[in-house]
Design a protein around this ligand. Sequence first.
Ligand code: NDP
Length: 448
Amino acid sequence: MAKLDEKIDGMYQEVLKRNPGETEFHQAVLEVLESLGPVVVKNPQYLERKIIERICEPERQIIFRVPWQDDKGKVQINRGFRVEFNSSLGPYKGGLRFHPSVYLGIIKFLGFEQCFKNSLTGLPIGGGKGGSDFDPKGKTDDEVMRFCQSFMTELYRHIGEHTDVPAGDIGVGGREIGYMFGQYKRITNRYEPGVLTGKGLTWGGSLVRTEATGYGATFFVNEMLKARKDSFDGKICTVSGSGNVAIYTIEKITQLGGKCVACSDSNGVIYDEKGLDLALIKQLKEVERRRIEDYTKTHKHAKYIAKGNIWDIPCQVAMPSATQNEINGKDAATLVKNGCIAVGEGANMPTTPEGVKVFLDAKIAYGPGKAANAGGVATSALEMQQNAGRDSWTFEFTEKKLEDIMVNIHNNCFETAEEYGAPGNYVLGANICGFIKIANAMVAHGLV
Ligand code: NDP
C-alpha cells in the first residue's frame, strides 16, 4: 500500500470509524485517497473546505423494505437501497444491482466509485447506486415482475430525471428496467423516459446502451495498447463473466482482431482454444438464461472447468467483467508471469489492492474500472440527452460518440498521470482527474 499523507490518513480513519463493517467501501475509499496527497498540496482550499471528508459521506442513504409474493403465494421480504452520493456535477446517476451479496457496504463502494467515473465522462451527471439482496436467478418472470413492482413502489418517490436516474448493473437488465419503468409510469401517471436508463429501444432506450460498457472498456484498452504502439490484433484474451459486460467485451475484442478464448460464470470457466462462439453465448445467456457450462453440450472440443480460475489461463489481455475482488494478488502474479500485458476492468473494483500493486509494479497497461468501464454510464447519459430532446440517434453515431468519450477519458487519465509524475499509472490519473472536477464544483457551490 502506498503511504497515506498524514492529514488524509486521519480522514481515512474517520471513514473506518463512521462506516463499520463496510469493507468494500473502505477499500474503494482508500484506493482514491492514496492518490490525493499531491492534489491537496497543490490545492489547500480542498482541506480548508473539508472536500474529501464531504465526498466520503453520501448526501443521502435510503434503505427500505421490499415485500413481494412468490409463485406459491408465500410472502418474501428483501431489502432495497439507494445511496445518493454526490450531486455536484448533475443528478445522481448509477445502476441498481440485484444480487444476494448486496448490503450497504457494496452499494456505498459502488456509489463512491460512480462519482469519479461519472466525472471522468465529462457529462453532467452526479453519482449514486442502489439495489437489493434479491436474487433474480431461478425466479420466474412473474416473480421478478412482482419484486420489481414492489421495489419501485418505494423507489419512485426518490427518483426523477432532474434528481436521480438509476440504470442496470448485475442482475438488472432490460427485463427488470422494463418492469420498474412500467410501475413508475403507473404510480406517477407520467410517461417520463428520463427517469431510468437502459430502456427498451421502442420505449425510450438508446442504441448502443446494451453494448456500451463492454465496447467502452475495449476501446479504453485499445487506447492503452496504442499508447504503447501496440494493438489487439492477434492477441489472446480472457474475459471473466458471461453477462452484459462480458458479452459485448468479447464482441468488440473480436471486431478489433483479438481472440477471446475463455469466459465464465459463478459456477465455472469455459475454455475454447479455437476462440469463443459468441452467438452461442448470447443464445445461452441472453435468450435462454442458462449456465455457461451448457456451451460444451454443442461444442465438445471446448473445456468446462467447474469452479475453475479463469486467471490461470495464459492470455495477453485480461478483461475482468464479473464482480468485485475477483483478481487477488496471486491471480495478478499468475497473469503477469504468463505474459499478460494489459488489463482492462469492465467490472467495478475487480482487483484487490494486492493485485493492483502487482500490475502497477510490473508496469503493464492497467485500466481501473472507474475509467475503463465508464462507457456504460456515459451512454446512459447519451440516452438521457436523446430523451430530453425526444430524439433517437443511429447506432453508428452513438457508437462514435462512445468511442470519442473513451478516447478522451484515456487521454485525460494518461496526461494527469504524467502531470503528477507517475507516467503510465492510470489509477492515479483516473482518481485525480475524477476528483478535481467534483472538488471544484463543491467549492463553487459553497457549504451544502
Ligand atoms: P450481469 O448480471 O449481466 O453479469 C454478471 C456476470 O458476472 C455473470 O456472468 C455472473 O455469473 C458473473 N458473476 C456475478 N457475480 C459473481 C461472483 N460473485 N463470482 C463469479 N461470477 C460472478 O452483470 P453486468 O455484466 O452488467 O456487470 C458485470 C460487472 O460490470 C459488475 O461489476 C458491474 O458493476 C460492472 N459494470 C456494469 C455496467 C453495466 O452497464 N451493466 C456498467 C459498469 C460496470 P452468474 O450468472 O453465475 O451470477
